[in-house]
Design a protein around this ligand. Sequence first.
Ligand SMILES: [Mg+2]
Length: 259
Amino acid sequence: MTDLSKIRGFLFDLDGVLYVGDRVIEGVREALDILRRHYPCRFITNTSTKSLESLHGKLSAMGFSVAREEIISAPQAVILYLKSQGTPVCHLLLADDVRRDFSCFPQSDSRAEFVVVGDIGERWNYSVLNRAFRLLFEGADLLAVHKNRFWQTEEGLNLDIGAFVAALEYASARNARVFGKPSPDFFRMALEDLGLQPGQVAIVGDDIDSDIGGGQQVGLMGILVRTGKYRESYVRASKIRPDLMIDSFRDLPRVLGLS
Ligand SMILES: [Mg+2]
């Protein structure tokens, strides 16, 4: 039996845990309200289609009580890194909404120190990839907001940006610096913000690789939900073993003896 008594705080993944697309998963709003009365929480997401402002707006519109300061998104980690490099010239493969958060950096299509890869949805095509490849070949560094394989949409599973990051790594023979989950630095950033030690925190997510594997790597407890991108066959084939599996986020208060 997994010992949850040491847990003092939680990290929650968003997509696939609280909602899928624009649909709130049944019972999770009520569960979050209960959990928040007992534990400090941070919401950590690899989502690279929305600025922090828009993400917060989406959660609020869905009826979740989440403060903007409690959301830690992968693009923010990229921005912190770029700022540590001065004001480098960037080539941004980012959704327009997220691009606004990067407006402090000079941008170029022809000469860049960094190529930043996020989610550009239907805009991926040969010329976009080829331009990025040429910049990398000429010496730019590849920064990936994350390297997820796939995610769950309302229509089904979608190919995620990890596939494009891998293509660019292969062609340029360079490795990307990856920022979101499962990067240990990303989890540490969230732990520091919570002010807790890894052994006192659990991550709740629908991604066995990024959420559970990434969290366990830094010493967190990993709780996998069977919603969102969860697929039994994929999880069974994985070497990663969640500390706990629950059908849905809405079951968490009961598991913790809170309701
Ligand atoms: Mg997720």
